[in-house]
Design a protein around this ligand. Structure first.
Ligand SMILES: [Zn+2]
Length: 240
């Protein structure tokens, strides 16, 4: 099975002492059986250049700061011309709550183009899972992905699963979340159809992120969904 990685980054991150360019990413993808990676980076040009160099391997999401009008205006171009497949928001980095009004114009664009919005999820005070509940209610037809599905804290991980259980339009992405068993628990509670694998390269690595999914207790069919098929559907990669 050819894997789809739903959470990757390109660039230089001195604070974390990691960096990754697209050629290095492709090499890692080839080594671990990853056909396509969903990438989002700042500046967005990094992602655009990567998708132009490897159009069949790198799929872009536009990273938007909702306070920036030019970012908001860029969404049309990114989806229509650049063929990006969704939007990435980082509440912690740009200091907003997911259910604040500042996010609504971004969600309207996502609704217009029928593309998913992936949020960083799992760090207080801006990106805790419970703030996605009312957003999911305001925009029931926009697919919301909780990147890291609550991240490192058990209360937040449980919160992410709980919120996804109550809202059909919330999806969970597995990167950076340490407990393999929570992937199986989430599949039992919300269905494997709303869970997607991600590595968070270069902050994480497919070597252990794929293994985490594989040992989580999912059956063969669930693994196909989480490691590949859900992402194809969610990001509309069939025509890609
Ligand atoms: Zn990330």
């Amino acid at each position: 099975m050819v894997i789809i990685d739903s959470h990757t980054h390109l660039g230089d991150f001195p604070l974390f002492n990691v960096k990754l360019n697209v050629d290095e990413m492709i090499k890692i993808m080839d080594e671990y059986g990853i056909g396509k990676s969903i990438a989002f980076s700042l500046p967005n040009k990094l992602t655009l250049d990567a998708t132009r160099k490897y159009p069949n391997r790198i799929i872009g999401l536009l990273w938007v700061n909702p306070y920036s009008e030019s970012d908001l205006n860029l969404i049309d171009e990114a989806i229509v011309k650049w063929k990006f497949k969704g939007i990435k928001l980082h509440p912690l980095l740009h200091a907003f709550l997911p259910d604040q009004e500042i996010v609504f114009p971004v969600m309207e664009k996502a609704k217009k183009y029928n593309v998913p919005v992936l949020f960083h999820c799992g760090h207080p005070p801006w990106s805790l899972p419970w703030h996605f509940s009312s957003l999911a209610d305001y925009y029931p037809d926009v697919k919301i992905i909780l990147g890291h599905m609550g991240h490192g804290h058990i209360v937040y991980i449980n919160g992410a699963i709980e919120v996804a259980k109550r809202h059909d339009n919330i999806y969970l992405e597995t990167s950076g979340m340490p407990m393999h068993s929570k992937i199986k628990e989430a599949a039992n509670l919300i269905g494997a159809e709303r869970i997607i694998y991600g590595s968070d390269m270069p902050f994480g690595h497919p070597a252990f992120e794929i293994m985490k999914v594989k040992v989580s207790g999912l059956d063969k069919r669930e693994l196909e969904l989480v490691l590949r098929e859900n992402a194809i559907k969610l990001f509309n990669l069939n025509k890609h």
